[in-house]
Every structure is written in C-alpha cells, then in structure tokens.
Ligand binder design. Structure first.
Ligand code: NOJ
Length: 532
C-alpha cells in the first residue's frame, strides 16, 4: 500500500482528564495515558489525539491555554510528554495534539500585556474595539457559550472579543506577529516529534475586518442556546482564513520528509459540506482532513444516511480524503443518541466507510451520557446558560477500566461521576465477554487492518431502503459487502447478481446470519461484513 498512514488510520480521541489517573488526584494525566497504551495498541488503533494538555486555568478545561509550549502540571511535565511520545511510537501509535489557535486564556502573558495599556506592543495581538455610540458592545456578535461576545475592559476603556468565554480572548490572526508566534508553536511540537494536530475551531480564526452586525437567525429558538440568535456570517469562515490554513499545512509538510511520514492536520470545522470542502485547500493544500461531523447529527434512516454519504463523497475535491466520526467531547454520545443495539451497527458503519475514522474514548464500551446532578456540573458551557442543559460533562466522564474501586480510573474520587453501570460496563469485564461491543470493536479494527478494501478501497452504494443500508468496498480483486439493518425488524437483502460465493467475515450479533444463494436475512439491529 502506498497510501499515507493517516488515510488508512483509525484515530482515538483521548479526553485526558478522564482517561486514566496516574497520580491519584482524581483526574487523568499523561502518566495515566502511558499506563493504558497497551490497551490502545491491543484495540488496534493507529494514533491518539489528546485534547489540550497545556498550562491552563482550566476554565474551559484546557481550551483556555496560558502557555502553548509547556504541559500543565496537572497532566505532568514536558519530560513526561516526551516519554509518552516515545512509548507510543515504540508501539507504532502516532500522537496528535490539540492546537488551540483562535483564542488563548486571559492569563496568557500575551493577553496580560495586551490589556495592560492601549499602547502596549501586544495590544493588537487581540481584538480590541471602542464601544458603540450608546456605550454598548461594538456589534451584536454572540459568544458560542451565550451572552455578548464582547467584554468591557474598564482599565483601558475598550471591549475585547471572545467567541467563547470571557476568559478566552480571541487572538488577532490578521496580525503577522501573532501568525509568526503561533506557527512557532506548531514547530515547537513538531520538533519534539508529534505527528500532527487537531486544530480547534479553525473556521473562527479570521473575522470580517469591519466587524459588521451578524444577521438574525430566523430559526432561532431559546432552547438552542443564545449563540443561535444570530447567524455567524461575519464572525467566522472568512476568505482570509484559507491562507493561514495553507501556511499551517506548509509547516506540517516541511516535516513530512524528515522521517516518520506525513504530519497530519485535522481541522475542527462545523460548516455545511460545500463550505467545509474549501478547507482541503483550493489554491494550496490546507487540512488533510477537515472534520466531517455529519454522522453525529444524522437522521438514522437508510435513505438519509445514503444521501449524506453520497453527497459528501461527491463533494470531495480531487485527492480529498474522507473522514468520519460518531462523537467527541462536545456532543452527545452515540450510545445515547441511537441506543446500545444501534451503537454496534454505527461502529460497523464508522469503520467500514471510506475514509479515516476517529473514535471517541469510551464509545468502544458503548458508554452513554452520564446524567450529572446540577450541583456537580463543571462545564462552563452548561453553567453559562443554566436550565438549557447544554453542559458537556455527561460525555466527559471517567473511563471505566475494571471492577476495582473507582473503576480502576483513579485511587481517589474521580472529578466527574462514573457511569452508573460501570461494574458491568468496564474494559476488563467486557474483554471477557465475547459478545461485548468492545470485542466487536476489536474485531472491526482487525478486519479493517487486514482488508485494504476497507482501509483504502472504493465505495459504492448498493441499497438504501427502509431500514437497510448496504454498500460495497473494493480494492483490486478484494470486494467486501457491508449490510446494515438500522431497525428492530428482520430484513431481507438481495445480494448483487455478480456475487456468487459470499462468505461472512463479521456480524454485529453473536450467531451467524442466514446467507442464501441470492440474498441475506438480516436480524434486527444486525450489521454484517461479507467477502464477495
Ligand atoms: C471547540 C472545542 O472542541 C470545545 O471543547 C471548546 O470549548 C471550544 N472549541 C473552545 O475552545
């Protein structure tokens, strides 16, 4: 295979506070991740993406960075990071970091300087504007976490812009000095040996220069959260962002020739497909993978999924490689959205579609959103708009490893509650159960690794009707058929005429399905992979 490593890769997202506690303080850390590398290697993933581990006041749990070139003591030290990187590489696991370029913490020395006075050389590193004529904010932009996106600074008599929390001021990416400083951050980590970055809110970096009001959103409803009051027409996805994304890519590519293969850039971009595609780069290459989040919001119905997949495939630019994801630290978990039975079918879909797959820690256990009592809520997203239950704590709970105290996650009380079913839903227990979703993930990953047709092959839709979604993947002479029953009733699928001798590779259910000469009987909630 000549495809770059990341095309056939399965990437595993680690939310570091919740993966494994190595120092007994109830929070995960780098030492903890190191202890679990063998688990990850055994699972069969190719790379990990670790959500932010930099020094941070942790107001947004690490997405408020106060030093881009160090490790927060809660997670460890730079030496610990180097050791983890070496241990991961020794197991053939690549390591991606989370790069948060749009905003820093308000405690970052750059912002401390910037707010010190209007004359400070770093004033223009952030977005400062005078008040409107009535003394109010410069425009109507709304923070993604609710409330005005502008914060008044009494000392210097101006507002600063923050797309997220007031403690996360947006950097001024139109300033070449900011660009240079942030590009140096990328080099700092590339020089240490990291294999790439997931780039936080990439489409936010550049705002319309004159800061015009955003248009009102006709579909706004208060339950959606205040950020939806206006459309982010002028505050995000501006044309000038692409030159910056291309520069980031050029930096990544400049390391590609230095040894272990491409350094990978994945852009976090929540945009409609047509706009998303621009982030592959038109004049110059940009992201290897602009995140494709569509499965997270998908209507779980065969025709809807088929349309989504076909539209996405058709929209890809020449050479653009697809990617798929079922969940992350910001969105409800797949097992909660679809239920346990369909979470298994979704796993098969994710790992058999054409493209890089990104797994969210715990989804391989069928972990559900954990209800968090109000008084234990920690996420600022939830706390800023109380009552709407927009908090993301339920999807960030500790990984349950075994039946010992605190599920083997920590020797101390975990920072968030465990899933109530942890005595049975934990790694050690589910490894013993041949029919567990964890074992299914193991088998799916092994089959994907063993079959180039799944890893890099072509995709063709076969059937999308009612609850049955079927497609094939081909590479050379290898041809696999994937058939998914998205519902709770048995279904019959006619196999293509030119398939004679179908052999079952895997079912999401225990016993073998019924393969007839010209068709397949799918049981309720069953997905199968056939070699044709
Ligand atoms: C996107 C991240 O995924 C989310 O967790 C964070 O709160 C915002 N960016 C702000 O950095």
């Amino acid at each position: 295979m000549t495809a770059p490593w990341w095309q056939s890769a399965v990437i595993y997202q680690i939310y570091p506070r919740s993966f494994q506690d190595g120092n007994g303080d109830g929070m995960g850390d780098l030492g903890g991740i190191g202890q679990r590398l063998d688990y990850l290697a055994g699972l069969g993933i190719d790379a990990i993406w670790i959500s932010p581990i930099y020094p941070s006041p942790m107001v947004d749990f690490g997405y408020d960075v106060s030093d881009y070139c160090d490790i927060d003591p809660r997670f460890g030290t730079l030496a610990d990071f180097d050791a983890l990187l070496a241990q991961a590489h020794a197991r053939g696991i690549k390591v991606l970091l989370d790069f948060v370029p749009n905003h820093s913490s308000d405690r970052h020395p750059w912002f401390v300087e910037s707010r010190a006075s209007r004359k400070n050389p770093k004033r223009d590193w952030y977005l400062w504007r005078d008040a409107a004529a009535d003394g109010g904010p410069p425009n109507n932009w709304v923070s993604d976490f609710g409330g005005s996106a502008w914060e008044w600074d009494e000392a210097t008599g101006q507002y600063y812009y923050h797309a997220f929390l007031t403690q996360q001021p947006d950097l001024n990416w139109r300033n070449p000095a900011v660009q240079a400083a942030m590009f140096d951050v990328m080099r700092f980590w590339f020089d240490r040996g990291v294999d790439g970055f997931r780039i936080d809110v990439l489409w936010h970096l550049i705002k319309a220069e004159s800061f015009p009001d955003n248009p009102p959103n006709a579909a706004y409803h208060p339950a959606l959260g205040e950020m939806h009051r206006v459309l982010q027409l002028h505050s995000t996805d501006q044309p000038e962002v692409h030159a910056i994304a291309a520069e980031m890519r050029a930096i990544a590519d400049s390391y590609g020739a230095t040894g272990r293969g491409d350094r990978l850039l994945i852009g976090e971009i929540y945009l409609p497909v047509d706009r998303l595609m621009h982030y592959y780069g038109r004049e110059r290459p940009e992201m290897h993978l602009p995140f494709n989040f569509q499965l997270i919001d998908a209507v779980w119905e065969a025709r809807a999924l088929a349309a989504l997949i076909s539209t996405y495939e058709a929209a890809l630019p020449p050479g653009g490689w697809p990617n798929w994801v079922l969940g992350n630290h910001d969105r409800p978990r797949v097992a909660t959205r679809l239920g346990q039975a369909q979470a298994r079918v979704a796993a098969m879909l994710l790992l058999t579609l054409r493209g890089t797959a990104i797994l969210y820690y715990g989804d391989e256990l069928g972990l559900s959103d954990v209800p968090i009592p109000l008084e234990q809520e920690r996420d600022p997203r939830g706390l800023r708009e109380p009552g709407l239950r927009l908090g993301r704590d339920p999807v960030r709970t500790p990984m349950p490893w075994d039946g010992s105290v605190h599920a083997g996650f920590s020797t101390a009380q975990p920072w968030l509650p465990l899933n109530a079913d942890w005595p049975t839903r934990n790694v050690a227990r589910m490894m013993q159960e041949p029919a567990s979703i964890l074992r299914l993930y193991h088998r799916l990953l092994a089959i994907r690794r063993a079959h180039p047709a799944l890893a890099i092959g072509d995709f063709a839709l076969l059937e999308a009707d009612g609850d049955v979604l079927a497609y094939e993947r081909r590479e050379g002479a290898q041809r696999l058929i994937i058939a998914l029953n998205l519902g709770g009733h048995p279904q019959r699928l006619a196999l293509p005429r030119d398939t004679t001798d179908c052999r079952l590779l895997l079912s999401t259910l225990a016993a073998a399905p019924l393969i007839e000469s010209d068709g397949l009987l799918l049981r309720p909630d069953e997905g199968v992979i056939l070699a044709a």
